[in-house]
Design a protein around this ligand. Structure first.
Ligand code: LLP
Length: 414
C-alpha cells in the first residue's frame, strides 16, 4: 500500500540529501515483520534490499538472512549476523557455487541451500558434514512476470523434483548433513496454487524418509506479493501461515518429530517502506503523449523497464497547488527509449494520470523498497544514489551518494 505522503517532509528530504533519493520507512518494515511472526524463522531475502543498515534493523527484530552471493554473505557478516551452523543466521542459496563463494561458505561453515547436484559434489570434499538444504523445483511455478517465475521446466532454479532421489544419494555419498527442504516457485504470485505447493512439499518429505534420511526444517521460500496498484490483493498472512503450518504438521507426523518452518520473503518486508524521490527537470509533448522528465532513470529503478512493472507515483508541486490530472508518461534522463517509468510488458508506454508538473516539482515513485536500489547500475556513468532511513522524526543517511571520481578510480593507476 502506498505510504501516505507528507509533502513538506519530501521537500525537506530532497533539499537535505539531494535527488534522486531512496528513502525507507523503518516502522513499516517492523510492521511487516510482525505480520509474519507465526513462522519459526523469517529469513529476509536480502537481494530485495541489501543495505547493511536495513540488515541490522532486520537482525534486531529477530529476522535471519538469505545470501545469494559472496557479496551478500559479506554484507550479512558486516551487519552482525553470526555465520556458522547452530543458529543458521545466514544461509547461502544458489544454483551454483563459484570458486570464491565456495571458499567463503566453507570458511564460515555457512549452510548451503543447493539448487544443483554439482553444488553438493563440490561442497562435500571440501567440508565434510556441511549442513545443506535442498532447493527443489516442483515442476510448476508462478510469478508476476516470466522473468520472476522460478519453477517449471523453463526455470534454471532448483533441483528438478524427479532428481530428488539422486540429490539425496549425493548428500549421503558426500557425507553432508541434510538440514531442510526449500521451495521458492516465483515472485509476486497469486495464491490460488498455494495448497498445491504445500502438497508438493509433503510429497518431498515422504521421499526423504523413504530414502532413509531425516530433516529438521522446511522453507516455504518467498514470493509474497504486495499491492502495487490500488485494488491489488493484500496477502492474508494468517491464511498463508495456516496452509504451511498444516503441511508442516503432516510432515511431522510422517517423520515422528518436530519440524522448523521458515519463510523467506524479500519484497513483502521492504517494498512498501521505500520511495524514490526524483525532481522534474523537463516537461514536453510529443504527438498524443505528454512527457514528464525526471532526474532518475532505469539505472536507478529498473523494474518498469525490465518487467513492465507498475509503480504508483505522486507529484509534490513546489507551490502546493492542486491541478487536474492528465495522462502522463514519466521518463528519465538515459540515452534509451526504454527509460520510462510508466510502461507495460513489452515496453508499451502506459501514461499515468498525474497533475501537470513544473520544473523543480518533486515526483515520488512509491513501493520501491524492494528490487530498487539493489538492482541499480552505473549505466550512463551515473553514480549510485543515496539511501536514507526514516524512523519517526529521524532521517538517517545509510548510504552516501557515489561519486564519478570513485567510478573512474577503478580504471586508474593500473
Ligand atoms: N527466495 C529465493 C530463493 C528467491 O530467489 C527470491 C527471489 C526470494 C526468496 C524472494 O522473493 P520475493 O519474496 O521478494 O518475491 N527483481 C524481481 C524479483 C526477483 C526475485 C528473485 N528471487 C522484481 O523486481 O520483481
Amino acid at each position: 500500500m502506498t505510504l501516505p505522503l507528507d509533502p513538506a517532509r519530501i521537500q525537506q528530504l530532497a533539499q537535505q540529501f539531494g535527488t534522486p533519493l531512496w528513502t525507507y520507512d523503518a516502522p513499516t518494515i517492523r510492521e511487516r515483520i510482525a505480520a509474519l511472526k507465526a513462522f519459526d524463522t523469517i529469513r529476509f531475502a536480502q537481494k530485495a534490499c541489501s543495505n547493511t543498515h536495513l540488515l541490522r534493523l532486520m537482525r534486531e527484530q529477530g529476522v535471519k538472512v538469505d545470501a545469494v552471493s559472496r557479496g551478500e554473505i559479506l554484507r550479512a557478516l558486516a551487519a552482525g549476523y553470526e555465520p556458522g551452523t547452530p543458529g543458521q543466521e545466514i544461509v547461502f542459496t544458489a544454483d551454483l557455487l563459484d570458486r570464491a563463494t565456495l571458499d567463503t561458505v566453507v570458511q564460515h561453515r555457512i549452510p548451503v541451500n543447493a539448487g544443483s547436484i554439482d553444488m553438493l559434489r563440490q561442497l562435500g570434499p571440501r567440508s565434510p558434514g556441511h549442513p545443506v538444504w535442498l532447493r527443489i523445483n516442483p515442476g510448476f511455478g508462478h510469478g508476476h512476470s516470466n522473468k520472476t517465475n522460478t519453477g517449471g521446466e523453463h526455470s534454471k532454479h532448483g533441483i528438478w523434483h524427479a532428481e530428488l532421489g539422486a540429490a539425496l544419494a549425493e548428500v549421503k555419498a558426500q557425507g553432508l548433513q541434510l538440514h531442510g527442504l526449500h521451495m521458492h516457485i516465483g515472485s509476486g504470485v497469486d495464491y490460488s496454487h498455494l495448497a498445491q505447493v504445500c502438497d508438493a512439499m509433503v510429497d518431498l518429505v515422504k521421499q526423504v524418509k523413504a530414502a532413509g534420511l531425516d530433516l529438521q526444517a522446511i522453507s516455504s521460500g518467498g514470493g509474497l506479493s504486495i499491492p502495487y496498484r490500488e485494488g491489488d490483493p493484500v496477502v492474508d498472512t494468517a491464511h498463508y501461515f495456516g496452509l504451511w503450518d498444516s503441511a508442516r504438521h503432516t510432515a511431522q507426523a510422517l517423520l515422528g518429530h518436530a519440524l522448523h518452518l521458515e519463510i523467506e520473503p524479500g519484497r513483502y518486508l521492504v517494498a512498501e517502506c521505500g520511495s524514490l524521490i526524483t525532481e522534474v527537470r523537463a516537461v514536453k509533448d510529443a504527438g498524443r503523449n505528454h512527457f514528464m522528465m525526471v532526474d532518475a532513470g532505469f539505472n536507478e529503478l529498473m523494474r518498469p523497464a525490465m518487467y513492465g512493472a507498475f509503480h504508483a507515483m505522486s507529484l509534490v508541486p513546489q507551490d502546493g497547488a492542486q491541478r487536474p490530472l492528465q495522462p502522463t508518461v514519466v521518463a528519465g534522463p538515459l540515452c534509451e527509449s526504454g527509460d520510462v517509468f510508466t510502461q507495460g510488458d513489452g515496453g508499451v508506454v502506459q501514461p499515468q494520470p498525474l497533475p501537470p508538473a513544473q520544473v523543480g516539482d518533486l515526483l515520488v515513485i512509491h513501493d520501491t523498497g524492494a528490487y530498487g536500489a539493489s538492482m541499480s547500475s552505473n549505466y550512463n556513468s551515473r553514480p549510485l544514489i543515496a539511501e536514507v532511513l526514516l524512523d519517526g522524526g529521524e532521517a538517517r543517511l545509510i548510504r552516501r551518494r557515489q561519486t564519478v571520481e570513485e567510478l573512474l578510480a577503478l580504471e586508474q593507476g593500473l
